[in-house]
Design a protein. Structure first.
Length: 261
């Protein structure tokens, strides 16, 4: 059941009672479960032929099936790229359906965000350097640990940092910070990149939504990264907000209550 309570006011605007509405959402929950089972099943069924195709392409590209001409290699390399994109899409869909179904909610432990952020910085620095970008990391002392799935927290941080690099021109900078704000762990990822138009800001967390902008049109993506980030943060009772202006950069801010168990 979903429960909604609201005050019932009399003529003089005094509270004279409470209206409680109980809504039977069994059918909605069943539908959600069916949807998520279906996505899991389809994703698994698609993943194995993709992996088999990737393996066969690799055998030819490694020269184990005889000589290939430069033109043939170029075509096979392009096919491999497309397959990897498809594999990425299926992996993200599967992740999203697992998180939304709550199947992984119990896989939690106390996570040291400072450690994860330092590892993420080391991992992403070579990609940033390819675009002459710098990653600046500031972590407050004695950051509290939070109860979460460490793989999910890695996914959140990695998606935000990857986007900050991906949606910035060469020579930009990324500022990552973590601290404590009003009883919550606060994480911010800010870039000096292309920015997001105001009319798109409330849509970027929806599945498959991508900004149609001349700067970012040619950048590859699935439009699922931020939907995954949002559902992970929601599952931890946290919040994520974004501030951005075209040409000036983007800042994502996460607040995670650390006393929720
Ligand atoms: P993807 O990057 O795969 O397209 P996401 O869900 O991660 O999907 O992001 C959705 C959209 O939000 C992106 O397509 C991009 O238009 C926009 N976006 C996300 N992060 C940034 C950022 N740091 N700077 C500018 N635009 C961004």
């Amino acid at each position: 059941f979903s429960v909604r309570c609201s005050p019932f006011r009399g003529r003089t605007d005094h509270n004279i009672g409470t209206i409680t509405v109980l809504h039977d959402i069994t059918a909605v929950k069943k539908m959600d479960q069916m949807k998520s089972d279906f996505v899991s099943m389809v994703s698994h069924e698609i993943r194995s032929p993709i992996n088999s195709l990737l393996m066969q392409l690799k055998i030819i590209l490694d020269g184990l099936a005889g000589e290939t001409t430069p033109k043939q290699r170029e075509i096979l390399e392009r096919a491999t790229d497309k397959m990897l994109n498809l594999n990425n899409l299926v992996t993200e869909l599967l992740d999203l359906s697992r998180i939304e179904s709550g199947l992984v909610a119990h896989e939690k432990e106390l996570v040291d965000i400072a450690g994860l952020l330092s590892e993420q910085k080391i991992f992403h620095t070579p990609y940033a350097q390819k675009k002459q970008m710098e990653i600046e990391l500031t972590i407050e002392n004695n950051l509290p640990k939070i109860l979460a799935n460490p793989r999910h927290m890695d996914e959140v941080l990695s998606n935000l940092i990857t986007n900050a690099i991906k949606y910035s021109p060469e020579g930009g900078s990324i500022r990552i910070s973590a601290g404590v704000k009003s009883e919550c762990l606060s994480i911010e990822v800010a870039d000096s990149g292309f920015g997001i138009p105001e009319e798109d800001l409330d849509k970027i967390f929806s599945r498959f939504y991508r900004v149609k902008d001349s700067n970012t049109r040619t950048i590859h993506g699935t439009g699922l990264g931020l939907a995954i980030v949002k559902s992970i943060i929601d599952s931890l009772h946290g919040s994520i907000t974004v501030k951005s202006a075209p040409g000036e950069g983007t800042e994502f801010s996460i607040l995670l209550p650390y006393n929720v168990h």
